[in-house]
Every structure is written in C-alpha cells, then in structure tokens.
Ligand binder design. Structure first.
Ligand code: HEC
Length: 222
C-alpha cells in the first residue's frame, strides 16, 4: 500500500468512525442481561482502585518523565501519567477491570502489558527497559526541521509549506540515504504537490540527503 493510499484510507476510516458514533447515539434497544442486579448498578457504585508502579532502566536505575498510559479498550478510553524523579507513577483512582498498560520515553523501547486492576489496587513495575533500537524513528519532524539551517526565513518557510503539508520531515523514507540523482527524482515528483518549492530552496535541499540523516551530527548549513 502506498503512503497516499494509506492517507486516503485513514481519512475514510475517520469518516466511517464518525458515522459509527452517530449510529451509536440512536436509542438503544432494551438491555437483556443475565445479571440484572449488576447491570442496574449506578455509575458511582463501580469500584475504584489504585494503579501504581515503578519504571527502571536496564541497570535498575529509576526512569523519570516516562509517559505511562492505561487504556480501557472496551470503552475506547485512556489516561496517561508521568513517572516522578524516583521513577514512580500513580494514576488517579481508576475503575477496577482490564487495561492495557504501556510506557513510553523518547530514546527507549515501548513496553506494553495487559493487566487486570483488582478492587484492592495493584503495583505494576516495568523493569530493565532498554534503549530503543531506532531512536531516530521516535523523534518528531521538528527535530529534523531544526537541523536544517536555511540561509533565510523566506526559504525556510517556503520549504515547510511546500513539503511538510502532507508528511513529516524526517520520516523513515526521508531519512533513507540517496544519490543526488535519486533525490532529484523524488523532488521532481513532489515539487508541485504543495505550494511550489522555490528553485533556490530546491538546490539547497538536495545537498544533505546524500548522507543518511541518522548520521547527521549537528545542524546542516544549507
Ligand atoms: C500533496 C502532498 C505532498 C506534498 C506537498 C509533498 N509530498 Fe512527498 N510524498 C507524498 C506522498 C503521498 C508520498 C508517498 C507516495 C509517493 O512516493 O508518491 C510521498 C513520498 C515522499 C518521499 C519518499 C519517496 C520515496 O520514493 O521513497 C520523499 C523523500 C518526499 N515525499 C519528499 C517530499 C519533499 C521534499 C516535498 C517538498 C518538495 C514533498 N515530499 C511534498 C505527498 C506529498
């Protein structure tokens, strides 16, 4: 599947999702339940419990600033908290039940596990979290954009408008090393997809792409 198809596909899925939500708002048929007492329990009566834990790196050192997310797939709902300076996290009281729980920190692998939060609460630790195999894949487009030292704000702005409207600067395809000819061919294909890329910007742009981006040590003077 090409990226273009993927983008179109995602758009379509969103439209369909909106459609589904509308459908869900229609009056529901009377509920049939094997356990009428439980089904009738008011919202406030659901048991809430504490979900806490600790995140440590491969050497057992606490990791701070880790985003920890608990997701309730049944209700399509999630909540995130961050670890403190001691690598500890604590969610506000959550309803007991099944969750997917994952941890994320730029530069580190993403870890996920399925848990069941019991009414008495639970401690879930993530130990030996390793550094990511491809940390560059986790960096945002702004990182790669910031590496490019354009000679003027005008060219910098033109590049952003012409190229960054549709996809991220620095995604894996951008970061692929290419010869000058290969890069020229890509730009020729891309050039008029957005607002036209100025010829002056185009000339400067070709240079850095001969190197893999992952080896770019610091800002690139264009
Ligand atoms: C209108 C949307 C749009 C704009 C604007 C756009 N692109 Fe793309 N780009 C795409 C799509 C869709 C793909 C994947 C399909 C393809 O290769 O045609 C892609 C693919 C790419 C690739 C990977 C190509 C490969 O064969 O590996 C690079 C690199 C790229 N674009 C760079 C650029 C640059 C540089 C600019 C600015 C001159 C730009 N793009 C502007 C939509 C766009």
């Amino acid at each position: 599947m090409t990226l273009r198809n993927w983008i179109l596909g995602t758009g379509l899925a969103c439209v369909m999702a909106v459609g589904c939500q509308k459908a869900a708002e229609a009056p529901a048929p009377p509920a049939v339940s094997a356990t009428p007492a439980a089904a009738a329990a008011p919202e406030a009566a659901r048991v809430k419990a504490a979900l806490t834990g600790e995140v440590t790196d491969y050497h057992g050192r606490p990791l701070s600033g880790v985003q920890v997310t608990a997701r309730d797939d049944a209700r399509a709902w999630n909540v995130s908290v961050f670890t403190d300076g001691n690598g500890h996290y604590a969610f506000p009281q959550l309803e007991a039940g099944a969750y997917r729980l994952w941890v994320r920190l730029i530069g580190f692998e993403r870890r996920e596990r399925s848990i069941v939060l019991p009414p008495e609460g639970i401690d879930v630790d993530f130990g030996q979290v390793r550094t990511a195999e491809d940390p560059y894949a986790q960096l945002p487009a702004t990182y790669f954009y910031s590496l490019m030292d354009w000679p003027s704000a005008n060219l910098r702005g033109n590049f952003a408008l012409a190229c960054a409207n549709c996809h991220q600067i620095g995604d894996p395809l951008w970061r692929k090393p290419r010869t000058q000819a290969e890069w020229d061919a890509v730009v020729a294909r891309m050039k008029f997809r957005g607002p036209p890329l100025l010829e002056e910007a185009n000339k400067l742009l070709a240079r850095p792409y001969r190197k893999p981006w992952d080896e770019v040590p610091r800002r690139l003077k264009l």
